[in-house]
Design a protein around this ligand. Structure first.
Ligand code: HEM
Length: 455
């Protein structure tokens, strides 16, 4: 293995400029990533000693990174602020055998058979939100921020997927208990420094978690008394699986809400922007939805997972949106050993930020990369498909990839399909807003659109 001094030959800023970049990247990553790529390329490094950081955004370098054994990385590292919110037993901050055991237990709940059973629930919850919106609109066209509307739908789905119908009545309460922690994770690094002072944002987040734990404990106790095989109840599956302690189950529950709620809602908001700005795409989506779900006013078809195979336009809109606007623009891991990526060696101790955002906009992998063109995924030659698959990584790859990737894609495809079928939506701007958010990339100002119920 090469030495550390060779690793310093990774391109990147020098001197004081490094401090500025490192501070900005942890606050507002997208413009900084664009700037770093333009100046130094999609693989670069900065900082020194315990504050060394490497950015990996080239598809080829990502292939190398994802091919390295997970034992060469640490997720429970000093910069991982997620642990405070999701708990130290969460798979997302675990390493080695603990990670394997925790992830394997949750994986059971994501089996394809179980996911398929959520299709009707996703459509039902989307329809219920559209019905409520229709009542509010009362036949008029109004400007509505569709981002909170989408968040509401996703929360209803997530709570039902995790706890079944039993906690459906408490969806808002669970969402409220999660709001402060989510906001806290987006606050400055300094505000997130560990302390136990009372009456601070950190203390309130801790109290929210205590309140959530009471809810989890009640459900765990219920499931011990009444075992279930209901696919709409992940918590029940974890209890029955029996390989996790109660405290570990609580931490996985917080992880699944945390990882699945804002990511999916932000992606839906970007999809709405991308589709609304392209009326031809919107019409294509609607024609497809009419064909698959039946036009409004006719008897609806039975909603099950087989419909997904026929929602090709919606699926491509989802893929293209996530290519340009992945919910996580960077994902962190610490090098637990020197690791080789392409021609570079990244020294042990470096915080590696790999970037789905940079890979999704890589000019060598994508023609006209900034253009929103869902049809770019159509009719790919085998060679083009390999390139696209390697450069499209919004859910990561390998043994640490997103455990909820299939659920998220299913939700996004079905939600956009139903929303554009039942609503007339016109964009309120001529371009999409700038992105905001370090942990979750979302459109600044949400998704305000001119909305009416479809005539
Ligand atoms: C559009 C929506 C989503 C996106 C873009 C997304 C993206 C990601 C990414 C990039 C990772 C990190 C991979 C890495 O560090 O290498 C991740 C991990 C994870 N995601 Fe997602 N995610 C989404 C939705 C969901 C949903 C719906 C769930 C579950 C309900 C979920 C649960 C998780 C979990 C538990 C992990 C940690 C896996 C592990 O550490 O082994 N995500 N996700």
């Amino acid at each position: 293995m090469e030495t550390e001094s060779e690793a310093r030959s990774l391109p990147g800023p020098t001197g004081l400029a490094q401090v500025g970049y490192m501070r900005r990247i942890l606050k507002d990553p997208q413009p900084v990533l664009d700037e770093l790529r333009d100046r130094y390329g999609p693989v670069c490094a900065m900082g020194a000693g315990p504050m060394r950081m490497a950015i990996i955004g080239a598809p080829g370098a990502l292939d190398d990174l994802f091919a390295i054994s997970n034992d060469s990385f640490r997720w429970g590292h000093k910069f991982n602020v997620l642990g405070f919110v999701v708990g130290p037993g969460s798979m997302i901050v675990s390493d080695g055998p603990d990670h394997k055991r925790r992830r394997a237990s949750v994986q059971t709940a994501f089996a394809r058979r179980r996911l398929n059973a959520w299709v009707p629930t996703i459509v039902e919850q989307t329809d219920a939100a559209i019905d409520r919106l229709g009542i509010d609109l009362a036949g008029e066209t109004r400007t509505v921020d569709l981002y909170p509307v989408g968040r509401g739908i996703v929360l209803e789905i997530v709570v039902r997927a995790l706890f079944g119908e039993r906690l459906a009545q408490r969806t808002q309460e669970i969402g409220d208990l999660f709001q402060r922690p989510q906001d806290y994770l987006e606050s400055s690094f300094v505000r997130q420094l560990p302390h136990r002072l009372p009456h601070t944002a950190r203390a309130k987040v801790r109290a929210d978690r205590v309140a959530l734990d009471v809810i989890y404990d009640g459900e765990i106790a219920h499931h011990r008394q009444h075992p279930t095989d209901d696919p709409h109840d992940m918590l029940g599956t974890l209890v029955q699986d029996g390989s996790l302690s109660d405290s570990e189950i609580r931490d996985q529950m917080s992880t699944l809400i945390g990882a699945g709620y804002d990511t999916t809602s932000a992606s839906l908001a970007w999809m709405l922007w991308c589709a609304a700005l392209e009326p031809a795409v919107w019409s294509q989506l609607r024609a497809e939805a009419d064909d698959v779900f039946g036009p409004p006013g006719t008897a609806e078809v039975v909603v099950d997972h087989t419909l997904l195979n026929r929602l090709g336009v919606a699926e491509r809109v989802m893929r293209e949106t996530l290519r340009l606007h992945p919910a996580g623009v960077v994902a962190p891991r610490e090098a637990a050993a020197d690791v080789r990526v392409g021609e570079y060696v990244i020294p042990k101790g470096t915080l590696i930020l790999w970037s789905a955002y940079l890979a999704g906009r890589d000019p060598e992998a994508w023609t006209d990369p900034l253009r929103f063109d869902p049809d770019r995924f159509l009719d790919l030659t085998p060679e083009q498909k390999v390139i696209a698959d390697h450069a499209w990584v919004p859910f990561g790859r390998g043994a640490r990839n997103c455990i909820g990737f299939a659920l998220a894609q299913m939700e996004l495809t079905l939600m956009i399909s139903r929303l554009e079928q039942r609503l007339d939506v016109t964009s309120t701007a001529s371009v999409a807003p700038p992105p905001v958010g370090m942990v979750v990339n979302r459109p600044l100002g949400g998704a305000p659109m001119r909305v009416a119920e479809r005539a």
